[in-house]
Design a binder for this molecule. Sequence first.
Ligand code: ATP
Ligand code: MG
Length: 358
Amino acid sequence: MHEDDLAAAEAVHLSSLTAAEADGDERTIEAALRPRTLAEVVGQVRVRDQLGLVLEAARRRGRAPDHVLLSGPPGLGKTTLAMIIASEMTSPLRLTSGPAITHAGDLAAILSGMNEGDVLFVDEIHRMARPAEEMLYMAMEDFRVDVVIGKGPGATAIPLDIPPFTLVGATTRAGLLPGPLRDRFGFTAHLEFYEPHELDTIIHRSAGLLGVDLEVDGAAEIASRSRGTPRIANRLLRRVRDYAQVRADGVVTLPVARAALDLYEVDELGLDRLDRAVIDALCRRFGGGPVGVSTLAVAVGEERETVEEVAEPFLVRNGFLARTPRGRVATPAAWEHLGLKPPPMPAVTDGDATLFED
Ligand SMILES: Nc1ncnc2c1ncn2[C@@H]1O[C@H](COP(=O)(O)OP(=O)(O)OP(=O)(O)O)[C@@H](O)[C@H]1O
Ligand SMILES: [Mg+2]
């Protein structure tokens, strides 16, 4: 899925609470809330430490750092980290995305314009065209590309050296990256969902930047319902602030946060409409599964990618859904969350369930 599609899907996914999200203003706000340095990054402690070391070592050697792959569900900070890598190295950042690279020539044009030490960020790198991917292997390893001039029998390949650069790839689906590409990254970081106390810190920081009057337990309530995702935490904060301003005295207290989040249909565990629709379809329509993800997606009226990349990681991580070789299966927790009785035979057995992506 194209990044914009994914963003749009996520917006739809957040349903009513994102009516204003398409509006550029909110995007500007999101950009303003991004941490600018590694030290400002909240959570992801291991990734931060490891990445800090990679960057510091490169700085001492006066070289471009090794290529970095960032993977993880939407909104956990991949783009943010890519920007931080460039700014920590005081290097220019060039941005592109897999879907924008439809021909090897698109990539050749980008690579041939690179300067030494530049950081090239390729978002949704798993969606790049295959011939471009092959060109990228050589560029990553040997800092060289073969530029093909002309067409047909008269075409000639001209080898072109490119200055050492750092590729930062981001993907929501590391499992879809071909092995040879994955292996050429010197450092791979898998971003995990955030703990409520980390989201709490993020929400307080954002409230400070946005000038929102936020009480401690109001923040905790938003944090616990943010699906482990900073982007969602920041959005919910803004929606709760709207509610506080229109229906209360502007202060985000616990009762205000609760009332607002109920209004926006974000439940106590952070599940939103799509999450609930998925487990609801799984339990009520398919008896708890196993059911194929495409069928499940049709049942909830969404794209397969949206179900797989947006809803499932959170549901799996929170033990509501298991991915098995035969299809998706609801766990007893999913039945209970819907207020239903789990079927007598547990749908998930140890040898069957796999919690791994793809
Ligand atoms: N570690 C963090 N600390 C504080 N805020 C964060 C952190 N990570 C992300 N954010 C906030 O969450 C927002 C979304 O992050 P970002 O755009 O980097 O996610 P992403 O992983 O690139 O998502 P996508 O897969 O949709 O492109 C940012 O605007 C930033 O404000
Ligand atoms: Mg991104």
